[in-house]
Design a protein. Structure first.
Length: 140
């Protein structure tokens, strides 16, 4: 929205007056007390017209990623050839790595996620992948 309006992105603060956990929330209780998160260097702010074009390109790429006839080579080419601003290329790289994981193309994941220059997104992906590394490929 800030990009559409041509203004700087402001801060976001969330306040909860009822934050609590239950003893049955064991998984949350086991989370590391301190998690080092790299500073997010990307901005998704774009003027409205450019934002519309970028979102259309992202939508086309995502639609292609879920088509039944997609091959591992198609996926790699798609990530390389889709023209997007850097922050959106980073998002597409993460989505490409997830598509590869879901298809069972684990050998393609390092290259796809390696194209992401945003350390915050890379760390989020690596934590996600550590939870679901050997998923069964989709059948169509």
């Amino acid at each position: 929205m800030a990009g559409w309006l041509g203004i700087a992105v402001g801060s976001y603060n969330q306040i909860s007056d009822s934050l609590h956990l239950y003893q049955t929330d064991e998984q949350i209780m086991q989370i590391e007390q301190t998690i080092s998160v790299p500073h997010n260097t990307d901005s998704l702010a774009l003027p409205k017209a450019e934002s519309d074009m970028v979102m259309q390109a992202m939508a086309r790429a995502i639609e292609r990623m879920i088509e039944p006839d997609l091959t591992a080579n198609d996926l790699s080419r798609l990530i390389l050839q889709t023209q997007l601003p850097p922050a959106y290329r980073n998002l597409l790289s993460v989505l490409g790595a997830e598509a590869a994981r879901r298809h069972g193309w684990h050998d393609r994941i390092p290259d796809l996620i390696g194209r992401c220059t945003n350390l915050t997104l890379k760390q989020a992906w690596e934590r996600w992948y550590a939870q679901y590394p050997a998923s069964i490929p989709h059948t169509h």
